[in-house]
Ligand binder design. Structure first.
Ligand SMILES: [Zn+2]
Length: 821
C-alpha cells in the first residue's frame, strides 16, 4: 500500500491488473488523498467459469461407460495441465529474481496435484479392479439424486415427487478434482497419501461440502463392494466445532445418506444388507444420551404442543431431507428393545415412510448400537473416550467380527476454528483417534488459514497438501479465480469513525441511515431485498444487548427524523431478530427460516443482531447489508463474519470503528491497505498438544482412552483395579503410539511426555494396589475410589483422582485479579 493516514484515512486510485496479465512495472500512483469515509471494494473468488464442465454432470459420470468417464476426466485434467504449462512459462520470466524460488515451488505443487489426480483416473479405468469404477458410478448417482431432491425441496416442491429430474446436477471442477486427488489414499490403506491431510481451501459459500460428500459416498460404496458383509460399520467420521453448524450440515448429509440407502436397496446384493445410515453424536446439550431419556422428552413434547426444548431434544430433523414433508414429534418413536428411535416420514409416497423410516440415529445410545455409516460429531465430544467404553463403537472396535475395519476417512470442517486451547487439546486426543481408526485418510477444509502446515502437523501428525494450490498469482489457481466485478458480486467495505460523538450515536445514525435508504432505492424488489435486512454484527454479547435497546428506540426516532427531512413516510422497524449464544438454541432453526423470507413478503426481517455465532456456517444468500460494531479480534473472524453478506448481490459493510481505541483507529487510518490484502493479514494460530500444560490436562485421558478401547479386558469400569493384568499391553500397544506422535509433532517434548506417561501409569498401579475396588469412574453420588473425576473447582472429599475433561471446550480456568492500591 502507498500511505497511512494520521487522524484520517487515505485513498488512491490504483487497481491491480486482472489475474494472468503479467505485471511488468512496479505499482505506482501519482496522487494520494486524505479520506474521512474510506472505502474499499473487495473482489471475490469463485469457481472458474471458463472451464468447460459440460461433461462433468453427476448423472453422466454415474451412468457413463468406462471410456466416457475417462474422456470426461482426462478432458478436465488436460485443461489443468495446459494452464500449468502456461504458468511455468511465465515463471521463467522471473528467473534470477528473488521470486523465482517461490514460483518454482508453486509450479511443483500444481504438477504434484495433477499427477495425483491422474493416478486417481488410472484407478477408475483399471479393468482389473472394476469395483473402483462401480463405487465411482454409485457415488455419482447418489450425488445426482441428492442434488435433485434438495433442489426440488428448495424450489417449493413443484410437480410430482416421483418425477424428480436427476439429470441436471453438475460438479464444480474443483469438487470432482478433489475427489480424484484423494482417491488413491482411499483405495489403498497402505498408500503414502494417508500421511497427507488434504486441505480444501476455498472461499466461503463455494461448495466445499459437496466436494467431501462425494468423497464420503465413494468411500462407503467401495468399502461395501470390496469387503462384503464386513463393509458395514462406521465408515466416515465427520467433525465440526460448532453445534449450530453440526445440525445444519447434518440435514445436508442426511439427504445424501438417503440417496445412498435407496441405491443400496435397489442395487446389487454386494452392497450388503446393513442399511447405509447417519448418526449425530454431539452431546446432551443438543440430543439425549439415552433412549429412555429421549422417550421422556418426546412425551413432554407430546403433552405440551409448542413447547421448546433447549437441551436433550430428540426432534432434530424438522422436515424430511428426502421429500421435504414437515416432521413433528409424532414422526418420532422410541423402541427401547430394538435400541432405536425411529423417525418416519409422514408422506406415504416417500421412500422413508414405512419400515424403519429415515436412516438416522440421533441418540448416543442408538448411535453406539447402530454403527452408522457416517457419524457427524463435534470435536469436543471426543473427550468422552476415556469415560465411555461404548465409544469403541465409533471405531467398530466393539464388534465381534474383527474383519470390520475401523472408519477409513475423517473429515474435519472449518479447520481454522481448531486453534488455541481447543486445538491443543484436540491435537492431544487425536492421538487416540488416529490409533483407534488405524491411520485413516484425513481431509479438512477452511476458507481462512495461515501456516496450515504447522497446524496440521500438530493436530493430525500429517503433512498438509492445500488444494487447489495457487499458481503464480494468489488470485488464480485455475480451479478458483478472482472474478471481475462484472461477473460476480463484490463486497464493499466502508470505515466510519467519529472522534466527537459516542459509539452509541454512531450506531444509531449508521443503522438509521442504512435502514432509511433501503426502501427509497429505485430497484427491482429482488435487488432491493438484498439491502432490506440489516445485519448488525457485534464482538460481544454485552454490546449487542445495549444495541438492542437502541434499535428499538433511538433508531426508530432517528428514522422518523430522516423521513420528515425527505418528506417520505418513516420506515417502521420490527423488533430485531437475534442470533447469539444467549438465544434459545431450539429457536434458531425458525429464526434462520425467517431470515430467508424475502420481499415482497410482508414479514421480512428488518434487523438481525448477531455475534460470532453467525461467523461460521450461516448461509443465507439474500443478505447484502451489514454493520460491524468495532474491529473484531482477529482478521479471520472479520473475514468469516463479513462473508455472510454479498453472496447473490454485492455486499455493503459499514465498519463502525471506535476512536477511543488505538487498534480501531489504526484500522481506520490504514483502511485501504488492510482491505487490499485481507487474507495476508490472517493471524497464524498455535497448537501445542504435547506442551507441559496440555499434558497436565489430558495426557492421562489419552492413555486411559487408548487402554480401554484397544485392550478388551481393560474395558469395563471395574477393570481399572486390574491394571497389572494388562500392563504389558499398555507398554506394548499404547506407549509407543503416544511417544512416536509426541516425537513427530514436537521432538523437544518427547522425553518429557515419556516421563509423564510412566508417572501416570505408576500412579495408576499404586492406586490399584491401595484400592482393590478401583474403578475408572465413580458412580454418581458415591465415594468409590476412581481413576478419573470431572473437573471440580472445589473437591470436597480430598480424593486423589485425576481431573479429566468432559468437553474439550471451556478448558481455561477462571482466575480473579485484584488491583492493589
Ligand atoms: Zn419423506
Amino acid at each position: 500500500y502507498f500511505a497511512t493516514g494520521h487522524g484520517c484515512s487515505v485513498a488512491w486510485d490504483w487497481t491491480a491488473p486482472p489475474p494472468r496479465t503479467p505485471m511488468t512495472d512496479h505499482a505506482a500512483v501519482a496522487e494520494l488523498r486524505t479520506e474521512f469515509i474510506p472505502s474499499h471494494e473487495v473482489l471475490l473468488t469463485d469457481s472458474n467459469p471458463d472451464i468447460d464442465d459440460a461433461a462433468l454432470t453427476m448423472y453422466g459420470l454415474g451412468h457413463g461407460s468406462r471410456e466416457r468417464v475417462r474422456q470426461a476426466l482426462d478432458g478436465l485434467l488436460a485443461g489443468y495441465e495446459t494452464w500449468i504449462d502456461e504458468r511455468a512459462k511465465e515463471a521463467t520470466t522471473l528467473s534470477g529474481t528473488e521470486l523465482s524460488t517461490a514460483a518454482d515451488e508453486q509450479i511443483r505443487l500444481c504438477r504434484q496435484a495433477l499427477s495425483r489426480m491422474r493416478r486417481g483416473v488410472a484407478l477408475l479405468v483399471d479393468d482389473t479392479r472394476p469395483e473402483i469404477l462401480e463405487a465411482f458410478w454409485l457415488a455419482n448417482q447418489a450425488m445426482a439424486k441428492q442434488r435433485a431432491h434438495t433442489q426440488w425441496i428448495k424450489d417449493g416442491r413443484p410437480g410430482e415427487f416421483a418425477a424428480i429430474d436427476e439429470t441436471r446436477g453438475t460438479w464444480r471442477p474443483f469438487q470432482i478434482a478433489f475427489l480424484l486427488l484423494c482417491l488413491e489414499g482411499i483405495v489403498d490403506p497402505q498408500h503414502e497419501d494417508r500421511e497427507i491431510a488434504d486441505l480444501l481451501w476455498f472461499p466461503t459459500g463455494g461448495g466445499k461440502t459437496e466436494a467431501y460428500l462425494g468423497l464420503i459416498a465413494f468411500t462407503t460404496f467401495l468399502r461395501r463392494l470390496r469387503d462384503g458383509a464386513a463393509g458395514a460399520g462406521v465408515t466416515v467420521l465427520m467433525r465440526y466445532t460448532l453445534r449450530l453448524l453440526t445440525l445444519q450440515q447434518f440435514e445436508r448429509a442426511t439427504a445424501l445418506i438417503c440417496a445412498m440407502e435407496t441405491l443400496r436397496r435397489d442395487g446389487p446384493a454386494s452392497l450388503g444388507t446393513a442399511p447405509i445410515s447417519i448418526g449425530m453424536w454431539v452431546g446432551a446439550s443438543a440430543t439425549p444420551n439415552t433412549l429412555a431419556r429421549a422417550d421422556e422428552r418426546l412425551g413432554e413434547l407430546r403433552r405440551t404442543p409448542g413447547k421448546s426444548l433447549q437441551t436433550e431434544n430428540p426432534v432434530q430433523l424438522h422436515a424430511c431431507p428426502w421429500c421435504g414433508t414437515p416432521l413433528d414429534v409424532e414422526a418420532y418413536e422410541v423402541y427401547e428393545q430394538r435400541r432405536r428411535m425411529y423417525v418416519r416420514c409422514a408422506s406415504e409416497t416417500c421412500d422413508f415412510h414405512a419400515g424403519d423410516g429415515l436412516p438416522v440415529h440421533l441418540v448416543d445410545e442408538a448411535v453406539y448400537d447402530a454403527h452408522p455409516t457416517l457419524v457427524i460429531a463435534t470435536v469436543d465430544k471426543f473427550a468422552s473416550m476415556p469415560w465411555r467404553l461404548q465409544t469403541a463403537a465409533l471405531f467398530n472396535r466393539d464388534l465381534h467380527d474383527a474383519s470390520v475395519r475401523p472408519p477409513e476417512l475423517i473429515v474435519q470442517d472449518e479447520l481454522h476454528l481448531i486453534s488455541g486451547p481447543l486445538g491443543t487439546l484436540t491435537g492431544l486426543y487425536e492421538t487416540a483417534v488416529d490409533v483407534l481408526a488405524d491411520r485413516p485418510k484425513v481431509v479438512a477444509s477452511t476458507a481462512t488459514i495461515r501456516r496450515a502446515s504447522d497446524q496440521v502437523r500438530s493436530l493430525f501428525n500429517r503433512a498438509v497438501a492445500q488444494f487447489p494450490p495457487a499458481g503464480l498469482d494468489s488470485r488464480d489457481s485455475w480451479f478458483a479465480v478472482e472474478s471481475p466485478r462484472e461477473t460476480k458480486a463484490t463486497r464493499c467495505y466502508i470505515g466510519l469513525l467519529t472522534p466527537s460523538t459516542s459509539q452509541a450515536t454512531l450506531l444509531v445514525r449508521t443503522y438509521a441511515a442504512l435502514l432509511h435508504a433501503a426502501p427509497l432505492a429505485e430497484a427491482d424488489p429482488s435487488v432491493g431485498d438484498a439491502y432490506w435486512t440489516l445485519v448488525g454484527y457485534f464482538n460481544s454479547l454485552r454490546v449487542l444487548s445495549a444495541a438492542e435497546l437502541q434499535v428499538l428506540d433511538d433508531v426508530q426516532d432517528r428514522l422518523e427524523l430522516l423521513a420528515r427531512r425527505d418528506g417520505v413516510a418513516p420506515r417502521s422497524t420490527e423488533p430485531p431478530v437475534e442470533l447469539s449464544s444467549r438465544a434459545d438454541s431450539s429457536a434458531i432453526p425458525a429464526r434462520l427460516k425467517r431470515l430467508e423470507r424475502s420481499l415482497p413478503a410482508d414479514d421480512v426481517a428488518d434487523v438481525l443482531l448477531a455475534t460470532n455465532m453467525i461467523a461460521v456456517g450461516v448461509d443465507i444468500d439474500r443478505l447484502g447489508l451489514m454493520a460491524v460494531m468495532g474491529q473484531p479480534q482477529t482478521t479471520a473472524e472479520y473475514i468469516q463474519a463479513t462473508s455472510r453478506v454479498g453472496r447473490r448481490h454485492p455486499g455493503l459493510i459499514a465498519v463502525m470503528l471506535n476512536s477511543a481505541r488505538s487498534r480501531d483507529r489504526s484500522h481506520y487510518e490504514n483502511f485501504p491497505g488492510f482491505h487490499s490484502a485481507l487474507y495476508r493479514e490472517v493471524e497464524s494460530t498455535s497448537v501445542t498438544p504435547f506442551s507441559a500444560r496440555a499434558r497436565d490436562r489430558g495426557l492421562h485421558a489419552v492413555v486411559v482412552a487408548l487402554t480401554r478401547l484397544l485392550i478388551s479386558n481393560a474395558r469395563p469400569n471395574e477393570a481399572a483395579a486390574g491394571v497389572e493384568g494388562f500392563l504389558d499391553d499398555i507398554r506394548r500397544d499404547v506407549r509407543p503410539c503416544v511417544l512416536e506422535r509426541a516425537g513427530a509433532v514436537d521432538s523437544t517434548e518427547r522425553e518429557a511426555t515419556a516421563h509423564a506417561f510412566d508417572e501416570f501409569v505408576d500412579w495408576w498401579r499404586e492406586a490399584a494396589r491401595v484400592e482393590p475396588t478401583l474403578v475408572y469412574e465413580a458412580r454418581r453420588g458415591t465415594r468409590q475410589p476412581a481413576l478419573l473425576r470431572g473437573f471440580d473447582p472445589d473437591p470436597a472429599d480430598g480424593s486423589l483422582s485425576w481431573d479429566t475433561l468432559w468437553s474439550l471446550r471451556d478448558v481455561d480456568a477462571e482466575s480473579t485479579l485484584f488491583l492493589e492500591r
